[in-house]
Design a protein around this ligand. Structure first.
Ligand code: PLP
Length: 405
């Protein structure tokens, strides 16, 4: 028993060393090299599961937000948690974004290292290694801003910034959905004043994210919800303003509320994420013009799967299950087959049930699906195939894939 444990420990140690030091980067490089030989091919000739992004649709989605907000005081600060891809972040910045948001420190690092100059990390850093790393990042990259949502953490950031010999840029995250953030009102004001007084922190403003409002079905109901749930944040903003605090950043909003935040005085930028790709979850919230489908943005992200078994009537098995789609609901939409119901419940297999099909299918045929929820799916792949008119134009590396720390 103890031998087998020792052996297991030994093997684990070896495996960790192999993955960390050598094997994984090489594999990723090989995958990318192989993928680059697919440039120029029809996307229907790609092996599967393949994550594809329609470049025309994605470029259009990026334009839509800027066009809609033109003439308002609200800017765009896209959240890269959705795509984890520096090449797409660069496209967003080129379109006029004031910078990007990142969820995690390792994600922020990838963006900064790849030439994105302004990164606002919306999550907090609480552990000592992360705080130290955050300060090292800020020392190297002046455009890195981090969030704080409690006094002890503010003190820890101050101590770490002092030890690193820097003044670190900080925003206070305000709680909207009981997930992260300091409580609005007096606690938020006190925290902002605390940060503002620390010699090694620079208070830049506030952020507040409403992850519930963004998925409320129906434009009118969503807008009412978004503005109502923001009232405590607005009151807090006004108190901070009256106290003379610097509020150059008042950031929040998301894909479902991107065109609602301009009604909030002082609001500076929307942290839209999913809008670049869209997914079924967002399509179902309904839009201002189209109540049934939220179609301000086109679904640009799809997964290609191959049919591998058709033994049973009304049932098609594909090679793309939970590891290609995740278990998020509602299920993927099979493009061109409204009667197909996709179940990605098996790790490696997708099961389609249907009564009617628009075509006759055979083993080896490809199907293309709109994804249930874009962010976690992207994290399953090393790269996306960038396609235009169904032809592979580029390989987009998901460099921050797996960067969860
Ligand atoms: C803090 C924060 N801001 C912005 C977003 C982007 O949201 P969406 O993808 O809905 O646009 C998220 C997504 O979870 C988030 O957590």
């Amino acid at each position: 028993m103890s031998n087998s444990l020792n052996r297991r420990k030994f093997l684990q140690a070896g495996a960790v060393a192999t993955i960390g030091g050598f094997l994984s980067p090489t594999l990723q490089a090989k995958n990318l090299e192989k993928a680059s030989s697919d440039v120029g091919k029809s996307k229907w000739d790609l092996d599967s599961p393949a994550l594809c992004v329609d470049l025309d649709k994605m470029e259009q989605n990026i334009k839509v937000v800027h066009n809609r907000l033109k003439g308002t005081s609200v800017k765009v600060r896209p959240h890269v948690k959705t795509h984890k891809c520096p090449a797409i972040a660069k496209m967003q910045v080129a379109a006029g974004a004031v910078g990007v948001c990142a969820a995690k420190l390792s994600e922020s690092e990838i963006m900064l290292e790849n030439g994105i100059q302004h990164v606002l990390m919306t999550g907090v850093n609480v552990t000592i290694p992360k705080i130290k790393k955050a300060m090292a990042l800020r020392k190297k990259y002046s455009g890195f801003i981090q969030a704080v949502d409690n006094p002890q953490n503010a003190q820890d950031l101050q101590d770490a910034a002092k030890a690193a010999g820097i003044i670190a840029d900080v925003v206070v995250d305000i709680d909207v959905i009981q997930r992260s953030g300091v409580l609005p009102g007096a606690p938020a004001l006190a925290l902002a004043q605390m940060v503002d007084k620390f010699p090694n922190l620079k208070f830049r403003g506030i952020l507040a994210y409403d992850g519930i409002a963004t998925h409320v079905v129906g434009f009118k109901a969503r807008k009412e919800w978004a503005l109502k749930s923001f009232e405590p944040v607005v009151e807090t903003y006004n108190k901070m303003k009256a106290a003379g605090l610097n509020l150059e950043i008042f950031s929040g909003g998301s894909t479902g509320t991107y065109d609602m935040m301009q009604d909030i005085a002082g609001f500076t930028d929307v942290q839209v994420g999913s809008y670049v790709f869209m997914d079924r979850q967002y399509m179902e919230i309904g839009g201002e013009k189209n109540e049934k489908v939220f179609d301000d943005f086109a679904p640009s992200l799809t997964v290609l799967a191959t049919i591998i078994n058709m033994n049973h009537p009304g049932r098609i098995i594909t090679d793309s299950g939970a590891k290609a789609f995740t278990l998020n609901q509602p299920p993927a939409i099979v493009i061109g087959e409204p009667d197909f119901v996709y179940n990605a419940g098996s790790d490696e297999y997708g099961t389609i049930s249907f009564d009617k099909a628009n075509k006759t299918y055979k083993i080896g045929d490809k199907l293309e699906m709109i994804v249930p929820h874009c962010d976690p799916i992207v994290n399953e792949y090393d790269f996306m195939y960038g396609t235009r008119n169904d032809k592979v134009e580029s390989i987009l590396q998901i460099s921050a894939r797996g960067k969860g720390q």
